[in-house]
Design a protein around this ligand. Structure first.
Ligand code: OGA
Ligand code: MN
Length: 211
């Protein structure tokens, strides 16, 4: 059997990932509810909170990691970059699932994702992230943005903190519901995080990059 044929036999279609790809092709974003189960969300939230309470988060900055500038009028979240090589059990679970998606995208889509970067994020009450694009002047490698919400079970509308995606058709308000994952084209869709009116908004945000 040739290697090529073997690879074809090995490929198993994944309906969830197929939906993501269809959505991205049609509208440049995809919203997947229950990407992470409630048990997985709880494990990831516990990991986030342990690190947050151990004071390991830093005030977020604008620009990329080598060109950072803090400006609270643009964004007010606190972040901690994740390190896959030193992942705890929760983070291993996280990266296993993300890597499944990345491998699938690479097999089916010719996106050529070679790198990824993810950080935990906490938005305390009163914070927001003004309308922006996820690409920087000196780094256009970010192709897909991925946001995974880790909030407690019911996040009522009154808490605010919606992710608003500005598409050509509409301004789409997305509640940060636990287990929900939003994927969108980093270079195309402007978006913002509306002010958090109550509670702490918790998430993991990251980017799939080329080259
Ligand atoms: C970001 C961002 C969106 C969200 O961190 O760049 O836009 O819903 N996050 O947290
Ligand atoms: Mn963003």
């Amino acid at each position: 059997m040739t290697e090529e044929l073997f690879e074809q036999l090995e490929f198993v279609e994944n309906p969830l990932f197929e939906t993501v790809i269809d959505d991205l092709l049609q509208q440049q974003y995809s919203i997947v509810d229950d990407f992470f189960s409630s048990e997985e969300v709880e494990i990831l939230r516990t990991s986030l909170l342990a690190k947050y309470h151990a004071d390991r988060f830093k005030k977020s900055a604008i620009g990329n990691r080598t060109n950072e500038e803090i400006d609270k009028t643009i964004r007010g979240d606190f972040i901690l970059w994740m390190d896959e090589k030193n992942a705890n059990e929760a983070e291993l679970l996280f990266f296993k699932k993300i890597n499944e998606l990345v491998n699938y995208l690479n097999k089916t889509c010719f996106l050529g994702i070679l790198q990824k970067e993810f950080h935990y994020a906490v938005y305390p009450t009163g914070t927001f992230y003004k309308r922006h694009l996820d690409t920087f002047q000196n780094d256009d490698r970010r192709k897909l943005s991925i946001v995974c919400y880790l909030n407690e079970d019911n996040w009522p509308c009154e808490n605010g903190g919606e992710l608003t995606i500005y598409t050509e058709k509409e301004d789409l308000d997305i509640l940060p519901l636990p287990g929900r994952v939003v994927i969108f084209e980093s270079q195309v869709l402007e978006h913002e995080v509306k002010v958090v009116k109550a509670s702490e908004r918790m998430s993991i945000t990251g980017w799939l990059k080329t080259r």
